[in-house]
Design a protein. Structure first.
Length: 108
């Protein structure tokens, strides 16, 4: 396989997700890769799907909120950070809660 035929990281993740649609880590990776590539609509869709399917997946709240903030969608970012703080506190993940609270405070 030549370099031009090598699947991209995104293509590999998309293929994996097709085979394993419930894999939270792969969906998270795909959302992050789409965000990195500037495919905002795809990233938003993958973050939404991830949190819809796996509402306790804490890393997604921070990254999704930060992504929304970069898009100047601050009200949505506040909602995501707030939800993440509540879930992190419920799970006893104080570091994650503190990190998302700091991100939330920075938006005010």
């Amino acid at each position: 396989m030549t370099a031009t035929n090598t699947p991209s990281r995104r293509q590999k993740l998309e293929e994996f997700i097709t085979a394993h649609p419930g894999d939270a880590f792969a969906r998270y990776g795909l959302a992050m890769e789409c965000a990195r590539e500037g495919d905002h609509d795809a990233a938003l869709g993958h973050f939404r799907r991830l949190l819809g399917d796996h509402p306790d997946y804490l890393p997604a709240y921070l990254q999704y909120g930060q992504f929304l903030a970069r898009l100047a969608r601050n009200d949505e970012a506040r909602g995501i950070f707030s939800a993440g703080v509540l879930i992190a506190r419920r799970r006893g993940a104080s570091h994650a809660a503190d990190e998302m609270q700091a991100a939330l405070d920075a938006l005010r």
